[in-house]
Design a binder for this molecule. Structure first.
Ligand code: MLT
Length: 260
């Protein structure tokens, strides 16, 4: 099924494609789009079921979401490999894309994410959450459960405006979109054994206080990637690019600048 993803396309230069986390949208990359588009062409899609993209029924596998992104690049006539990034669920999709379509990726940026599959308990929890949001008709229960895990404690205390804006952003995601993504994440395969296949330069970024995908796991993932750099972002949690955009932008610009 062709999914015509909504997207932002800004700047001129080598293409950079950031994929957002769950249940967010391309809005989360506002600060990165602003900083990177001075030297790069940033194409930031809304993944299926999120933002302004179509909301199909069913299970959104990471592979199907990766295929949607490739379809968008095809639609834009971009055949040259791109610098692909993803945060959390976006990172699962980026990994799926890099493994399935290696010729489309020249560099990989994995932010606050992991290569492991869900545990059976986690997958069961996702199914319960999917049923609950579908029954309620809105994503409220998932959003409220996520908020305390998404940010560093200091962000919650010192930057309530940012937290509120992300609550509002997540609440815009439809119940069907949330359920589709939860069910897709629940069936994603363990990619740890395949990290060695990724032959392009990669950058692993993690917030110092990330409670969902903590720094130890991110470091192990970086070590398993053949050509990688690992960066911990101070003062940030799971949403490092939004909590400490200056530090994340500096790390990304340095990485991209070194690609030649
Ligand atoms: C995300 O931030 O995209 C999600 O927390 C990922 C997940 O639930 O595994």
């Amino acid at each position: 099924m062709v999914m015509r993803l909504a997207f932002t396309d800004r700047g001129i230069g080598p293409v950079v494609v950031p994929l957002h986390g769950f249940p967010l949208s391309r809005v989360m990359w506002a600060r990165q789009i602003e900083a990177l588009s001075a030297s790069y062409r940033v194409i930031a899609p809304d993944l299926r079921g999120h933002g302004e993209s179509p909301v199909p029924d069913g299970v959104y596998t990471m592979e199907s979401m990766a295929d949607d992104v490739v379809e968008l690049l095809d639609r834009l006539g971009i055949d040259d490999p791109v610098a692909l990034g993803g945060l959390s669920m976006g990172g699962y999709v980026a990994l799926a894309l890099a493994l399935k379509h290696p010729n489309r990726v020249r560099a990989l940026m994995l932010l606050d994410t992991k290569a492991e599959a869900d545990s059976p308990e986690a997958a069961e929890g996702r199914e319960k959450s999917a049923k609950a949001v579908l029954e309620a008709g809105h994503p409220g229960s998932v959003v409220e459960a996520m908020i305390p895990k998404l940010f560093a404690e200091a962000t919650i205390k010192e930057n309530p405006g940012l937290v509120d804006s992300f609550r509002a952003l997540m609440e815009k995601t439809s119940a069907a979109g949330v359920a589709g993504a939860l069910r897709g994440m629940a069936v994603r395969p363990d990619q740890t054994g395949r990290l060695g296949e990724i032959q392009v330069p990669s950058l692993v970024i993690v917030g110092e206080h990330d409670a969902i995908t903590p720094p130890e796991g991110a470091r192990a993932m970086a070590e398993a990637l053949p050509e990688s750099r690992f960066e911990v972002i101070p003062g940030a949690g799971h949403l490092a690019p939004c909590e400490n955009p200056e530090a994340v932008n500096a790390v990304i610009l340095k990485f991209l600048g070194g690609l030649g």
